[in-house]
Design a protein around this ligand. Structure first.
Ligand code: 3PG
Length: 308
């Protein structure tokens, strides 16, 4: 089979062990790996992708311009779950298969969500008196790969777990170990912690704001390891100003994080750079899965996980 050039373009690089794993898969399949790490601007990606047959990215933006600059490109794989960084219409128009690697980095994100709950409960590890999460109620917004893992871990820590997911039946949610609730309002108003696990889509962007957050019980904490875009930041700011008991922790920072930190102190926390999937294990799982999906596409025409 003809040797293909597979470009891994990551502004936030994979762990070196993951890159080695990707290289092994690519070379065993008879292809060539090229690396573009920590690049500064889209122009660098546009230059590097010119003669690529396949592209692996993380949250790197694959825009219409990137697709247009890559006449040989047949497949792009987002090594991760959320694919809001891929221009799917441009991929489809150019006949470029576009995939993600669902589930591969879920455990890392779920562990971060649990860590954030404890970090906020213990007032960001300051000497101030904190609280325990055992016995508290956790609400999971969207019971997919990450949501289920968060639920199982929280239950093991003694939390009561509820979940809302409009795409699942009560039975499916119960099978995953959570109590089903039937509206977001019910979830937010009945849980001490809510952990968000929805994708950023036209329907979800800006969908969590003043009313929902303001319906949370006394002392509640909202944890967002999904996307910053799903939060209405104006509403979040207003409700945190009015309800001095509420807390917010996120991976990654809201645009107004400096103002929020200045005004709300340890009631808010945000990672400086998205780190939910930033473990050696998650990098290897997602990166190697991406490489395998590309090898299988070229050798067997498998398009499982194509997103359009
Ligand atoms: C995902 O959607 O899989 C996560 O947000 C991970 O994104 P990252 O690969 O940019 O860390």
């Amino acid at each position: 089979m003809e040797m293909k050039k597979i470009l891994v373009a990551t502004q936030k690089p994979f762990a070196s062990t993951a890159v080695e794993g990707i290289r092994n898969v690519v070379e065993a399949a008879g292809h060539k790996l090229e690396l573009l790490e920590k690049y500064a601007a889209e122009a660098d990606l546009i230059e590097a992708v010119k003669d690529a047959d396949a592209l692996i990215v993380r949250s790197d933006k694959v825009s219409r311009e990137v697709i247009a600059a890559a006449p040989s490109l047949k497949i792009v794989v987002r090594a991760g779950a959320g694919y809001d960084n891929l221009d799917l219409e441009a991929c489809k128009a150019a006949g470029v298969i576009a995939m993600n690697t669902p589930g591969q980095n879920s455990n890392a994100v779920a562990e971060l969500a649990i860590a954030m709950m404890i970090y906020m409960a213990r007032t960001q590890f300051t000497p101030a008196t904190g609280t325990e999460i055992q016995g508290r109620t956790l609400g999971i917004q969207a019971f997919g790969n990450v949501g289920r893992l968060v639920g199982a871990k929280a239950a093991a820590l003694g939390m009561k777990v509820k979940a809302f997911d409009p795409f699942l039946t009560d039975g499916q949610i119960a099978d995953g170990g959570a109590e089903p609730v039937h509206s977001l309002k019910e979830l937010y108003s009945s849980c001490d912690y809510v952990s968000i696990h929805i994708p950023a889509t036209e329907q979800t962007v800006g969908s969590i704001g003043y009313d929902l957050i303001g319906s949370m019980p006394q002392g509640a904490t909202l944890i967002n390891t999904a996307r910053k875009e799903v939060i209405d930041e104006t509403g979040l700011y207003k409700v945190l100003s009015e309800r001095r008991d509420l807390k917010y922790a996120a991976d990654v920072a809201p645009d107004i994080i400096d103002k929020m930190k200045a005004d709300f102190g340890t009631r808010v926390f945000a990672t400086p750079k998205k780190m939910g999937a930033q473990t050696a294990e998650a990098n290897a799982n997602a990166g190697i899965a991406a490489a395998r999906q590309i090898a299988d596409f070229f050798s067997k025409g498998i398009t499982k996980y194509n997103l359009w």
